[in-house]
Design a protein around this ligand. Structure first.
Ligand code: ZN
Length: 290
């Protein structure tokens, strides 16, 4: 009887699923695609929240306590909110650097300030951390996640690699669709609230003419808003690509003064109700600009 119990315990241990905590929903979407039913994913931030300023609520601590691994965006995006949560969760697994995957190390960052002043603003001092909004970066991130999971769970590595291959094939079909949707917009310019869409714009040859924030993380000022009215009148940008988490008050004022279109644009899975996967995110971004 004891032997049977021991065997049952060993079988259940060998089938124990990995639990991975992730900071943002887009990472969860990729991790679930690669991990399938072999992975439990605990997501910290919601897609409708400002990714820079997640409120470190106690409910998020519980999601870190059971995790074996953690995957973060990095490039300082979590630096204001994740460290206090990790301290309070006191999960030894997550204090081991070998159990942490920092996705920012796998891609090339843009908008790196060239001086030592505040040109990057308060929140982009090391470059723009919103790299997941270039759809060409997604397969790179999916590969990094596959490698990470395969190292931690070699028994399921063939399954993870199979899921990656299927995902990459689907993604290359998606990229062709988004390329053709976006092609007519090449060369046009837009205004943003925060430079969250810079990677997306760069991927499709659009220009970010100005931001409603004078610098990343700095709220709008009346002087800067007046300057924007002049820029919009002179350059006639396509629209304001406004994120879902900042107040649209200044955007609406600019719309009233200049007639510029004000579009609410998702930046992550869950930013809007209909965006339930990472491909739905890019479908929405590309369609809303038309
Ligand atoms: Zn930002």
């Amino acid at each position: 009887m004891r032997l049977l119990l021991l065997l049952a315990l060993l079988v259940s241990l060998s089938e124990a699923k990995l639990t991975v905590a992730v900071s943002y929903p887009y990472i969860a979407s990729i991790a679930k695609t690669i991990g399938g039913d072999k992975l439990t994913v605990e997501t910290l931030a919601q897609g409708s929240w400002d990714p820079h300023f997640v409120v470190p609520k106690p409910s998020l601590i519980g999601r870190l306590r059971s995790a074996d691994l953690i995957i973060i965006n990095g490039a300082d995006l979590e630096s204001g909110w994740l460290p206090p949560l990790l301290t309070r969760a006191s999960n030894g697994n997550l204090n081991n650097p070998a159990n942490v995957l920092d996705l920012s190390k796998k891609v090339k960052l843009i908008d790196i300030p060239t001086d030592t002043g505040r040109a990057g603003g308060d929140v982009h001092a090391d470059g723009n951390p919103h790299f997941h909004l270039d759809p060409h970066n997604i397969p790179v991130l999916a590969e990094a996640i596959t490698l990470f999971l395969s190292q931690k769970d070699p028994a399921n590595a063939p399954l993870y690699r199979g899921n990656l291959a299927a995902f990459k094939s689907l993604w290359s079909t998606n990229l062709k669709r988004w390329d053709s949707t976006m092609a007519p917009l090449r060369g046009t310019s837009v205004i943003q609230y925060h430079p969250v869409f810079n990677y997306f714009l760069r991927a499709y040859g659009l220009k970010s003419l100005a931001t409603i924030e004078p610098l990343a993380g700095i709220p709008p000022s009346s002087g800067h808003t007046m300057k924007l009215i002049g820029i919009i009148a002179a350059e006639k940008p396509l629209c304001i690509m406004h994120d879902v988490y900042h107040s649209t008050k200044t955007g609406e004022f600019l719309h009233d003064k200049t007639g510029i279109k004000l579009l609410l644009m998702p930046h992550d899975v869950g930013s809007l109700e209909t965006i339930d996967t990472i491909s739905a995110l890019f479908d929405a971004l590309t369609k809303r600009l038309q």
